[in-house]
Design a protein around this ligand. Structure first.
Ligand code: GRG
Length: 294
């Protein structure tokens, strides 16, 4: 199976398992469950679950890594729903569909996002209950990542920085936490599933891989905002620029953003080398993430 075939196989598997993990749309309250499915099934790339599967493949263990991927996608999807709200990024379009509050209403979108958060932890607890230490490690990684020091903290800093004078430290903080944290968690969780526990000395090293890859991902995202069309992106192009967000493109220009994306991807590759294991798919995935057009 070549890289793209494997990617498609994993996307299909993740979509199937997400479908099984979410409540059916007609279960009461049907409006809430329909809204959750609207946002989840809108055709995301499933990069975080795929990263978890790819990191697990380095040293595959006996545990199924898919539930860890589902939990990551639940937190990611909640963050997209809330990010699109009028009080935050105010975006009408997401994953090629009307954003959740546009298709339903603001209260429903807030609740749909809320409901995805406990669902993520329920999935982890249920899937790995037979090995409580593993379950707790995975829950700790995801909880810390989704909290006020990382994902929510990055989003807060992003919001308060809108329209302010661009500053490299602020931008690095935002990107490390709003974007890179979830990519890092995906790789750490996948690796933890196959490793010998959190004492594994390679856990720290794999964290560096995820951090660099996350920074590269955001630099690419900044470039796509100015270079891709709304149809390609499935969300409004030029949205960051027009809403006064600081991005690498506004701060340093497109050439520097491109250089940063390539540089961080290269750092991720270098950090991955001493980890060992079967890194062929993960390395190809890094290329795919650098060269993506949406
Ligand atoms: C509301 C706590 C809270 C956080 C929101 C996700 C997020 C933080 C903001 C979305 C805006 C944005 C551009 C974030 C950085 C990059 C990013 C997360 C892009 C979306 O991820 P993709 O491209 O999306 O993997 P798909 O739809 O493919 O899953």
């Amino acid at each position: 199976m070549n890289f793209l075939e494997k990617m498609k196989t994993w996307q299909d598997l993740i979509n199937l398992r997400l479908d099984q993990a979410l409540h059916s749309a007609d279960l009461q309250p049907a409006r809430l469950h329909t809204a959750m499915r609207h946002s989840m099934n809108a055709g995301g790339k499933r990069l975080r679950p795929i990263l978890a599967l790819a990191a697990h493949e380095l040293f595959p263990g006996k545990h199924d890594p898919v539930p860890a991927g589902l939990a990551l996608e639940c937190i990611h999807t909640y963050s997209l729903i809330h990010d699109d709200l009028p009080a935050m990024d105010n975006s009408d379009l997401r994953r090629g569909r009307p954003s959740c509050h546009k298709a339903f209403d603001e209260a429903t979108a807030i609740l749909a996002g809320d409901a995805f958060q406990p669902l993520a932890f329920e999935i982890l607890a249920n899937a790995y209950i037979a090995e409580p230490e593993l379950a707790i490690d995975l829950i700790q990684i995801l909880a810390k990542t989704a909290g006020s020091l990382r994902l929510v903290g990055g989003q807060m800093q992003d919001l308060v920085s809108e329209g302010t004078v661009p500053d490299e430290d602020k931008l690095s903080y935002i990107h490390s936490n709003k974007t890179a944290a979830m990519i890092q968690a995906a790789i750490q969780m996948g690796f933890r599933l196959g490793s010998k526990g959190k004492v594994d000395r390679k856990m720290k090293q794999i964290g560096k891989v995820g951090h660099s890859l996350g920074l590269a991902f955001q630099a690419v995202d900044d470039l796509l905002d100015v270079s891709s069309t709304t149809t390609e992106l499935g969300k409004d192009a030029l949205h960051d620029i027009e809403s006064g967000k600081i991005t690498w493109v506004t701060l340093k220009g497109e050439d520097e953003a491109r250089r940063l994306a390539a540089g961080h991807t290269n750092d991720a590759r270098q950090f991955l080398k001493p980890v060992g294991g079967d890194s062929s798919f993960l390395n190809e995935l890094m290329n795919f993430m650098l060269e993506r057009n949406h």
